[in-house]
Design a protein around this ligand. Structure first.
Ligand code: PLP
Length: 392
């Protein structure tokens, strides 16, 4: 007879999902009510203003898509890209490649601006691509590249795109709640994120926000959005301002309780404090990793605090180390993705996982496990190095 599934309590320090706060799990276990119940609708209104706070926007259409980050990505592309549209996609890691896929599946042409993986998106290359393609309609880029741990200057990239009359699509799956984002201040047109990273929530929802300029493009497009489920013209009837909350799809009610709780917690902590916390623990982790002799693949000024990618030392078996961390320490760190597979480890410090006890646990576990396989590292220094940043 099959029995219930009881997963162990892991420490999630990979690229996401990250540790979910117990308060959020508790919220998700509350009684399910109807998704058109007046009390639920009241919760949706609060959720919208909490998301506006997290994104730093007054955008009316700010809401969670009922599916993971990839669906937020698709929501932006299917609505803003029409057949024949030219879209400039800046790629500096795996997720820019997915943007290209999206453009092509919408019948658009993707003009790829390739950057070195592990570096920020180059503003100069974007400018050149826009000059060479004056008929481009949209610019898309990833703010926080989870595959490499690089953060790009979203404000400047959006400014350049607007100077060339392009709308902007920004991937903030790994940055929301962990690094500064100013949707209104930076004039971002369409942005999507995920709940499983710096928001400390479970995977499966994708907060998005659209500017008035983006919505104007959606309203005025002559062709129907090819996805019924993600068509913002229809979704607005459920989440839009003054909407009668007519049935569009059955909302993932308990998952939304979780996100509501996560956003209440973010508001309690304060957005700027959350950004600072991610930096603070990143500095400690960095001090520990570097004292062991592990090297970051991203230059310091372009580094994402919540995703720490380091080169795997020579001769070390990537999979064996991660598996020992999991079995002996219940600790998950991330493997390299795409061309980085086998070359890097990605150590996440996201949301609830971004705390001192996790930093110290990870460093001491790595010190032990790498020592056991005679990896070429300096042993016994990491904890003191991290602790010294905490006492500074
Ligand atoms: N974009 C980035 C930068 C990501 O890191 C991820 C997931 O890790 C996604 C998009 C896709 O999100 P999801 O896996 O929730 O569909």
């Amino acid at each position: 007879m099959t029995t219930s599934f009881h997963p162990p309590q892991r420490t999630l320090m990979g690229p996401g999902p990250s540790d979910v706060h117990p308060r959020i799990l508790e919220a998700m276990g509350r009684p399910t009510i109807g998704h058109l119940d007046p009390l639920f609708v009241g919760m949706m209104d609060e959720m919208k203003s909490l998301l506006q706070y997290a994104f730093r926007t007054e955008n009316e259409l700010t809401m969670p898509v009922s599916a993971p980050g990839s669906a937020g990505m698709e929501t932006c592309f299917v609505n803003l890209v029409e057949p024949g549209d030219k879209v400039i996609v800046c790629q500096n890691g795996v997720f820019g490649g997915r943007m290209k896929e999206n453009v092509e599946r919408c019948g658009g042409t993707a003009i790829m601006v390739e950057d070195t993986w592990g570096r920020a998106v180059s503003e100069g290359k974007l400018e050149d691509a826009l000059k060479a393609n004056p008929d481009a309609r949209v610019v898309a880029f990833v703010h926080a590249e989870t595959s490499t741990g690089a953060i790009s200057d979203a404000k400047t990239l959006v400014e350049i795109a607007h100077n060339h009359d392009c709308l902007t699509i920004v991937d903030a799956v790994t940055s929301l709640g962990g690094s500064e984002i100013q949707v209104d201040g930076w004039n971002i047109d369409a942005i999507y994120s995920g709940t499983q990273k710096c928001l400390s929530c479970t995977p499966g929802l994708s907060p998005v926000s659209f500017s008035e300029a983006a919505l104007e493009k959606v309203r005025s497009r002559p062709t129907k959005v090819q996805s019924w489920f993600l068509d913002l013209n229809l979704v607005m009837g459920y989440w839009g301002s003054g909407a009668k909350r007519a049935y569009h799809h059955t909302a993932p009610i308990n998952a939304l309780y979780g996100l509501h709780e996560a956003l209440v917690m973010l508001e309690d902590e304060g957005l700027e404090n959350a950004w600072k916390r991610h930096n603070h623990h990143h500095n400690a982790l960095k001090a520990g990793l570097e004292s062991m002799g592990l090297n970051f693949i991203v230059p310091e000024s372009e580094r994402l605090p919540q995703l720490n990618a380091v080169s795997i030392p020579e001769g070390v078996d990537d999979a064996a180390v991660r598996s020992t961390l999991l079995t002996d320490y219940n600790l998950e760190i991330g493997a390299g993705l795409g061309p980085m597979a086998g070359k890097v480890w990605r150590i996440g410090l996201m949301g609830h996982a971004c705390r001192k006890e996790n930093v110290l646990k990870c460093l001491s576990a790595l010190d032990d496990v790498l020592g056991r396989v005679d990896a070429p590292i300096s042993r016994g220094k990491a904890l003191a190095a991290a602790q010294s940043t905490y006492s500074d």
